[in-house]
Design a protein around this ligand. Structure first.
Ligand code: URA
Length: 426
């Protein structure tokens, strides 16, 4: 078999055979198919798509390129959540210990952020001493001690995806539903979880800008998980405005701890509890505590503290703060009609909370705090946003990012409901 034959088949809108897919993924991982050939194939897939059978074969081939983790030594079911990424999306932080407190194990492999959405590991690394890199044995130890572990995926997990994702990032081939679905699900299936809840974000701050695309991505991923024996369900959730009131690494940890202490913004609490119930149901845990109760009685907070300490972090340490702040005021009195997720994410990124290249460091303290959410009444001159950064030269570009990102008027614009839909295997 050779690469040109496979590229031509997809270029000409053909269906790739299982053998062609196995061969091309294996050969690319070994270095026998060149980056330029894989780029051409990825572009042909982006333009001409893949059917469900091709996507399933592509996913399985990527899983086989590396190790598959196994949690059968644990005495309770495992559940995981994956979010397609959004602005202010810190849900993993309160959710993982919450689900652990309610009776399931949560082995959560997470990533770092690139672009305007933050990564869970960047947020957790704002906690002094906390370590993202763990061996498989250390992961098992943290799971036994705390019930949940949040850490970086090792290099042995779906290495084909690691290589291909880096290539897609620089060849304009990220935005393909078959490639996104197989990329996410190859890692989640290889991670070995028994059940999985997908949070597919919709709106300006998300990968998927409209409900129809998000639904197609969710349906594709739910089918891939189900066919691989992982009980999988997806929620489509709003990302037209930021989630919660804090955007930025340490700021989001602070807000997550508020949720674990029984407080926090209503939308973060609602989504955390909803996803926790979905995870427990998918894992078949029905006899444990209800998530709302575990937030109130301190048991979720106890699991958080054990999880942080087991990974070298100090749950009582003061979190880093940015050196400088600047307030953006409401331009008029009225209703905050719009506060755009993408604009706020871009502002936080420009303040130093995110990175432009994989190797760049992030600022733990940088970000944006929202003092009002869409639909709230505001008075002219009242603080609308506080920008946090370590370097004052960053303010101008952050303010520029926000220029068309908010509006005050007479009546609220229509917003997406927080939970738009629930997708299960058909
Ligand atoms: N996240 C992934 O892991 N893969 C993609 O292709 C897109 C988002």
């Amino acid at each position: 078999m050779d690469a040109i034959e496979v590229i031509r088949a997809k270029r000409d809108r053909g269906e790739l055979t299982t053998e062609q897919i196995d061969w091309v993924i294996g050969a690319y991982t070994r270095g026998d198919v060149a980056d330029e050939q894989m780029s051409a194939l990825a572009m042909a897939i982006l333009l001409n798509g893949m059917n469900r059978r091709e996507i399933a074969d592509w996913t399985q081939a990527m899983i086989r390129s590396g190790e598959r983790m196994d949690w059968s030594a644990l005495d309770r079911p495992t559940a995981d959540k994956h979010s397609t990424g959004g602005v202010g999306d810190k849900i993993t932080l309160p959710l993982a210990p919450l689900v652990a407190a309610c009776g399931a194990y949560v082995p959560q492999l997470s990533g770092r952020g690139l672009g305007h959405t933050g990564g869970t590991l960047d947020k957790m690394e704002a906690i002094p001493g906390w370590r993202a890199s763990l061996s498989n044995d250390e992961m098992l130890g943290v799971l036994r001690a705390a019930g949940a572990v949040v850490c970086a995926a090792g290099s042995g997990l779906a290495p084909a995806d690691k290589k291909l994702y880096a290539l897609r990032d620089v060849t304009g081939t990220v935005e393909s539903i078959p490639l996104i679905a197989s990329s996410i699900m190859s890692k989640k299936i290889a991670e070995g979880t028994g059940s999985l809840v997908l949070d597919v974000k919709v709106g300006s701050g998300a990968f998927m800008k409209n409900v129809a695309d998000a639904r197609e991505l969710a349906e594709t991923m739910v089918a891939l998980g189900t066919d691989a024996g992982v009980r999988t369900v997806a929620l489509l959730t709003a990302m037209d405005r930021p989630l919660g009131r804090a955007v930025g690494n340490a700021l989001e940890v602070e807000e997550s701890v508020e949720v674990l202490a029984g407080g926090g913004p209503a939308d973060v609490v609602e989504l955390t509890v909803r996803l926790a119930r979905e995870m427990l149901a998918a894992a078949g845990v029905s006899s444990g505590k209800d998530p709302e109760q575990a937030l109130k009685d301190g048991s979720a907070m106890d699991a958080w503290r054990r999880m942080i300490a087991a990974q070298g972090g100090d749950p009582d340490a003061l979190l880093p703060r940015a050196a400088e702040t600047m307030t953006v005021e409401a331009p008029a009195s009225g209703v905050l009609t719009r506060l755009d997720a993408y604009a706020v994410g871009l502002a936080a990124w420009r303040l130093g909370a995110g990175r432009a290249r994989k190797e760049d460091p992030v600022s733990a303290g940088a970000g944006v705090v929202l003092h009002a959410k869409p639909g709230d009444l505001v008075r002219a001159g009242q603080p609308l946003l506080t920008l946090h950064t370590d370097e004052t030269w960053r303010f101008d570009r952050a303010v520029e990012a926000l220029r068309d990102g908010y509006a005050v008027g007479e009546a609220s614009e229509e917003q997406l409901p927080l939970v738009i839909d629930r997708i299960t295997a058909s």
